[in-house]
Design a binder for this molecule. Structure first.
Ligand code: FAD
Ligand code: SIN
Length: 525
């Protein structure tokens, strides 16, 4: 047994908006170690473009933001969590401003707000089209000033949670040299982000392999709402170019969608046209692509002034020009791609999971605020609001640890440290399984699902999974193989959740199921 001195106060897994916000706040009273599997900057947070929602505009109201969130969530949101999200937003925005995030302004001091799909008012704060990077770098800079209390370890992957009798005592880690060690902690905060890498078409970077969902599941937590995967409608789609998000705020500022025959189609599908909730826009695009037998539709910026585009969307403009499209002069080819996991590890409004000592926040968590579909720019907000609450609550938790907890820890049999297991799966084989898995998920569990498609998808994934196991996948604890283990297991869980949901809602659409009116659903646990 490790001596009590070896026990960390707090371990954070992941360095996106949720992990960093939590660390900054919990470090007031405790020492924190952050483990993150790539560089500290790399995360979904880094790529967030549109912004962060909050009611700070005097014409807006909490009630309207609450209602928009509930409407997007198709009646499956947790109302208490939504109230917390919306009412605590201004305080967390001021935290970010105090940490140096300089949101765009009109004139000297007034914050500038943009609009995105599903919002009934302009309430999205942004830093050009690189809001996530601005938030991430300000949080990292705040953390660098707390070096005596917070240590950040890059390129360290968490592979398992150490859980006994439903209490989390720490985490197993894979170090950069491939060796494995275990770290004990009074509290673990899980902030590993989403799982866009489940799909061949995604806006998410390579790190988004769903590790946190699988670690929690293997440790005994039930996962919730996994079938609600949000597909972003407008992702740059050109042969041989990487997929790249074209922010919804481009439509918020007047961008219009056309099919390849040059027809504007969104007004036929929804009264909010291009700014309808994302699931509606994504399905409309798929229908238009089918109708016109094309792989894309087009997003036109012709109504926007060139100077405005250059000043407001510099990153999007530069990236598109690098790939041979000048959006000032020509429409952008776009198609939907997997973007965000609305479900995850269930937490209460203080970030507590069902496992004692394990907190979760950000995209990996299911606080209930998104229901069946997330309202645009509510994710960065959810990350910071609930990470802050989790920090406050885990401070209390650590102070109240009892002797029983200490005795349980003493009796924790975590076996021999596994050392450095030999890699077994050849790289090419691993890559091929990952690629096949992502194609299967896109084809069988994408925007439009069916019973047969989901069943076939499950059979294919199970076959891949057994191939993985037969070729030694479970013995190999290298980072890419652990990621593949997680993706395979998560794929089965997502397919099962999708098959189990009998009524369509929000992002989940199965042609063999009925669709219930938005705003009138119950969520079977
Ligand atoms: P992340 O920011 O993804 O961070 C997860 C961290 O965990 C990373 O550091 C990762 O390396 C680490 N990690 C993962 N697994 C492990 C492991 N096993 N061991 C150790 N470390 C691990 N939301 C908005 O609200 N507004 C937007 O404008 C917006 N735009 C977006 C644009 C894009 C292109 C994308 C992909 C997402 C966007 N989102 C947006 C969604 C939002 O960015 C994310 O949901 C949010 O940033 C998630 O934050 P997080 O801290 O939970 O996770
Ligand atoms: C975007 O900029 O369109 C992404 C916003 C979000 O995912 O909330």
């Amino acid at each position: 047994m490790d001596s009590m001195e070896d026990i960390r106060d707090v371990v954070v897994i992941g360095s996106g908006a949720a992990g960093l916000m939590y660390a900054v706040h919990v470090a007031r009273n405790h020492r924190v170690e952050i483990y993150t599997k790539d560089t500290a900057l790399e995360s979904n947070t880094r790529y967030a473009q549109g912004g962060i929602a909050a009611v700070l505009n005097i014409e807006d109201s909490y009630e309207k933001h609450i209602q928009d969130t509930l409407t997007a969530g198709a009646g499956l949101c947790d109302i208490d969590a939504v109230h917390v999200l919306v009412r605590e937003a201004p305080a967390r925005i001021f935290d970010l401003i105090n940490m140096g995030v300089y949101f765009d302004r009109t004139g000297e001091s007034d914050l500038q707000f943009t609009r995105e799909g599903g919002h009934s008012d302009r309430r999205i704060l942004h830093v050009g089209d690189m809001t996530g990077q601005a938030i991430e770098t300000s949080l990292l800079s705040a953390i660098s000033k707390l070096q005596d209390r917070i240590r950040v370890y890059d390129h360290v992957m968490a592979s398992e949670l150490l859980v006994k009798n439903n209490t989390c005592f720490g985490v197993e880690l894979v170090d950069p040299d491939g060796s494995i060690r275990r770290v004990l902690a009074k509290t673990v905060f899980l902030a590993t982000g989403g799982a866009g890498q489940l799909f061949s078409e995604t806006t998410n970077p390579d790190i988004a392999t769903g590790d946190g969902y699988v670690m929690s599941y293997l440790a005994g937590a039930k996962l919730k709402n996994l079938e609600f995967i949000q597909f972003h409608p407008t992702v740059f789609h050109k042969r041989d170019a990487p997929r790249f998000l074209i922010s919804e705020s481009v439509r918020g500022e007047g961008g219009i969608l056309f099919n390849t025959r040059g027809e504007r189609f969104m007004p036929e599908y929804h009264k909010m046209a291009e700014l309808a909730p994302r699931d509606i826009v994504s399905r409309a695009i798929i229908a238009e692509m089918k109708k016109t037998r094309s792989k894309t539709v087009f997003l036109s910026l012709e109504k926007l002034d060139q100077d405005f585009i250059e000043q407001r969307f510099p990153t999007i403009l530069a990236t598109l020009r690098r790939h041979g499209i000048d959006p000032v002069r020509e429409p952008i080819p776009v198609a939907p791609a997997a973007h965000y996991m609305c479900g995850g590890v269930p937490t209460d409004i203080d970030g507590r999971t069902s496992i004692q000592g394990l907190y979760a926040g950000g995209e990996v968590a299911c606080t209930g605020v998104h229901g069946a579909n997330r309202l645009a720019s509510n994710s960065l907000l959810e990350s910071v609001v609930f990470a802050y609450r989790a920090a406050v609550n885990s401070d209390r938790f650590i102070r109240c640890l009892t002797n029983t907890w200490r005795d349980d820890l003493r009796n924790l049999d975590h076996g021999e440290p596994p050392g450095t297991p030999a890699a077994t799966i050849p790289d090419e084989h691993r890559k091929s399984i990952r690629q096949k898995l992502r194609m299967i998920m896109w084809q069988h569990c994408g925007i439009i699902r069916s019973d047969t498609g989901l069943d076939e998808g499950m059979n294919f994934v199970k076959t891949l999974h057994s191939e993985f196991v037969k070729t030694g996948g479970l013995m190999d604890k290298s980072v890419p193989v652990l990621e593949l283990r997680n993706l395979l297991l998560l794929a089965e869980l997502v397919l099962k959740s999708a098959r189990d949901r009998q009524i369509n809602a929000g992002t989940h659409y199965n042609i063999d199921c009925d669709t219930q009116e938005r705003g009138n659903m119950s969520n079977p646990d």
